[in-house]
Design a protein around this ligand. Structure first.
Ligand code: AMP
Length: 215
């Protein structure tokens, strides 16, 4: 499976990637996770990306494209991958196409997860992340208020960019720079859509995703 997960920040791409990875055993590539790792390790890339990330803006295309190209060449794309948070601009999508053509492994599909913006704001302000394993938790659901990750016991924290002002900015950035990819992939016949309604559990959305992808 060579799949791009597309959707606004907080639409559940990371959660769906975890479910897809567990069932279909493919590599999950989250550009946000790679960047946060670089930030923690204070690499040159991390230091260059930090100011953009803290404001909820996009890191420049050339940095991201080099980073993803290297990752795909190292990990090998042929065995399948789930791209989470990439591409986020049309130039990124064009560069991604070129890399995949060179590697002779074209995309199978792009899954758009549609969620109402106000639901996203509520979800992201309550989102917590495990510093150790990256698991995503929500204060509104049971188990996340203990301060410890239910999966690995690691420390639970709130991402700097999960505060309301930065979230609103990230949503504006999504609308302006990433949403044009919906039409871009639709015109290439790759787009599949799932609408994640407010009362849906991650498993409900997952079932819808599998149906949309014909799995
Ligand atoms: P995410 O975890 O996907 O929400 O990403 C967190 C932040 O990392 C974003 O707000 C951007 O600043 C940066 N980022 C992640 N992926 C990309 C990308 N494909 N292009 C540009 N910036 C990105």
């Amino acid at each position: 499976m060579r799949l791009v997960l597309l959707g606004a920040p907080g639409s559940g791409k990371g959660t769906q990637a975890d479910l897809l990875k567990a069932k279909y055993n493919c590599v999950h590539i989250s550009t946000g996770d790679i960047l946060r790792k670089n930030l923690r390790e204070k690499t040159e890339l991390g230091l260059r990306a930090e100011a953009f990330m803290n404001k909820g803006e996009l890191v420049p295309d050339d940095l991201i494209i080099d980073m993803v190209g290297e990752k795909l060449r190292n990990d090998g794309a042929a065995g399948g991958f789930l791209m989470d948070g990439f591409p986020r601009t049309v130039p990124q999508a064009e560069a991604f196409d070129k890399i995949l053509n060179e590697m002779e492994c074209p995309l199978d599909a792009v899954l758009l997860i549609k969620v109402d913006e106000e639901i996203i704001v509520r979800r992201l302000t309550n989102r917590r992340t495990c510093r150790a394993c990256g698991k995503i938790l929500n204060l509104l659901s049971a188990g996340a208020g203990t301060g410890k990750c239910p999966a690995c016991g690691g420390e639970i924290y709130q991402r700097d960019d999960d505060c309301e002002q930065v979230i609103r900015n990230r949503l504006d950035v999504y609308r302006e720079q990433t949403e044009p990819l919906v039409a871009w992939y639709e015109s290439r016949g790759l787009l599949r859509v799932i609408e994640a309604l407010e009362h849906y559990t991650p498993e409900d959305t997952f079932k819808g995703a599998e149906a949309a992808l014909g799995l």
